[in-house]
Design a protein around this ligand. Structure first.
Ligand code: CA
Length: 491
């Protein structure tokens, strides 16, 4: 694990059901100092360009990537999150607080075209996209993007059917389906789910068309110049030619001279697929550890019968720790969403301790966990701000694992001389409560440790070798810190 990664603590700065009030950029700007104080070092902002749903679009229904809330298109000037001016102000305020800004980049598809075109297309089986189930016939496809509301400002590029591989709607027959345009083929270097998972939704960009590549290069340069963001979160990379971002990112990094640290979303529960993407794309990006999310989801719903010794089994954190961005939930896994697989509330503090207080992985905290999801009456995860602080002030030094019991696991960190009163003992149970004898380090001999989360209220005095019998309640986690550190972190 590189030192640089260890310092990173990222917040996903939104959840699906934020109000459509055009005020979120302002909210985040107002939270910058509080987030910095908590120990957040990076924030992933939602897509900032105009979506087909206008002010109601979460951002993934991309319409015009040059409209960052500046032009009257799709029913409003602002996006769901605000105007371009507010976006740029929020970025500046977050950066001024020492928080790096990650922009959400959605290049796979476009939606809400300005006009239809007649295109010859074949219908592919939706379950096996390699399987063509019709002869070519003319369909009416929504592929003409002229952006009349922007009228050529920033770019006069317009899109037509030649820039796309296919769509999922024939406006002549009013028919749904996976339509592949005649003379086109799905990109081969993509995820193999459904035979070929190039097509996800909307009008699917043809990354084999040089005009498309050139336009995306121009847009990336423009966007970086306009916004001065520090890095990217890449959407839906399993649906895009695996070498595309190698080209796009390396070019932008070279031109800008910036690091442009990047996290990509490759939604697949198998670490082998994620490792393949890392290799195939030349390790230009880190990836969300999707398998770990599913382990958390399973553990939380298994009635105390999950073997906690195996919580990291089959994860990217285990296979490629330097490229793993760990997370508990996100805007797609929250209740009501496409990939709903929400980790149960009782397990969330355990999951966050696992991603925040250990050595491996870059943790990404979900806005809906930090601030709650009012739309579904879901409260904030109890103790999460304290866990984030503990990561930054206490989770240092050698990590010693005690993954030796099917219900109760733990680990210790012996601390760093550079961080006063650092070091900790973490213990959690997904079954009944109990205790575990763990050693923090001889330098902590005789120190009194207390539970930062207040789940256990007694005090533990370490013996002459810096070891102690640490307790935990049932279905709970306790983070034992030197008493002095605990007082400071809860002030
Ligand atoms: Ca695609």
């Amino acid at each position: 694990m590189s030192k640089e990664n260890k310092k990173r603590t990222i917040l996903q700065g939104f959840e699906w059901y934020l109000p459509d009030d055009g005020d979120h950029w302002n909210r985040l700007a107002g939270q910058a100092k509080e987030l910095q104080k908590m120990g957040i070092t990076g924030i992933w902002l939602p897509p900032a360009y105009k979506g087909t749903g206008g002010i109601h679009d979460v951002g993934y229904g991309v319409y015009d990537m040059y409209d960052l809330g500046e032009f009257n298109q799709k029913g409003s000037i602002p996006t769901k999150y605000g105007t371009k001016e507010q976006y740029l102000t929020a970025i500046k305020k977050l950066q001024a607080a020492g928080i790096k800004v990650y922009a959400d980049i959605v290049l796979n598809h476009r939606m809400g075209a300005d006009g239809v075109e007649e295109v010859n297309a074949v219908l592919d089986s939706s379950n096996n996209r390699n399987n063509c189930i019709s002869a070519p016939y003319p369909i009416l496809a929504w592929t003409k993007f002229t952006f009349p509301g922007r009228n050529g400002v920033y770019s006069d590029f317009t899109w037509n059917a030649s820039h796309f591989d296919g769509v999922d709607w024939d406006d002549r027959k009013k028919q749904n389906g996976i339509f592949l345009f005649e003379g086109k083929s799905w990109e081969q270097n993509v995820d193999k789910e459904l035979g070929n998972y190039d097509y996800l939704m909307g009008a699917d960009l043809d990354m084999g068309n040089q005009e498309v590549i050139d336009e995306l290069d121009r847009w990336g340069k423009w966007y970086l110049e306009q916004t001065n963001v520090d890095g990217f979160r890449l959407d839906a990379v399993k649906h895009i030619n695996f070498s595309f971002y190698t080209h796009w990112l390396l070019k932008l990094r070279k031109e800008s001279g910036k690091e442009l640290h990047t996290i990509a979303e490759y939604w697949n529960p198998n670490a082998s697929a994620l490792c393949h993407y890392l290799d195939a794309s030349g390790h230009v990006t880190t990836l969300f550890d999707v398998p770990l999310h599913f382990n958390f989801n399973k553990a939380s719903g298994n009635n105390g019968n999950f073997d906690m010794r195996r919580i990291f089994e089959g994860t990217l954190t285990d296979a490629r720790p330097d490229y793993a961005v760990t997370f508990v939930d996100n805007h797609d896994t929250q209740p009501g969403q496409a990939l709903e697989s929400f980790v149960q509330a009782w397990f969330k503090p355990l999951a966050y301790a696992l991603i925040l207080l250990r050595d491996d992985g870059i943790p990404c905290i979900f806005y809906g966990d930090l601030y709650g999801i009012p739309h579904d009456n879901i409260p904030p995860v109890k103790g999460l701000p304290e866990l984030i602080k503990a990561r930054n002030f206490s989770a240092y030094g050698t990590q010693t694992d005690y993954f030796d019991h099917e219900n109760i696991i733990g680990w210790t960190r012996n601390g760093s001389p550079d961080m006063p009163d650092s070091g900790m003992a973490v213990i959690m149970s997904e079954g009944p409560g109990g205790s575990k004898y763990m050693c923090v380090g001889a330098e902590h001999a005789g120190e009194t440790f207390v539970d930062l989360l207040g789940n256990c209220t007694d005090k533990i005095v370490l013996n002459e070798t810096g070891c102690g019998d640490f307790k935990v309640g049932g279905g709970s986690v306790s983070v034992w810190l030197p008493e002095k550190a605990c007082t400071r972190l809860t002030e």
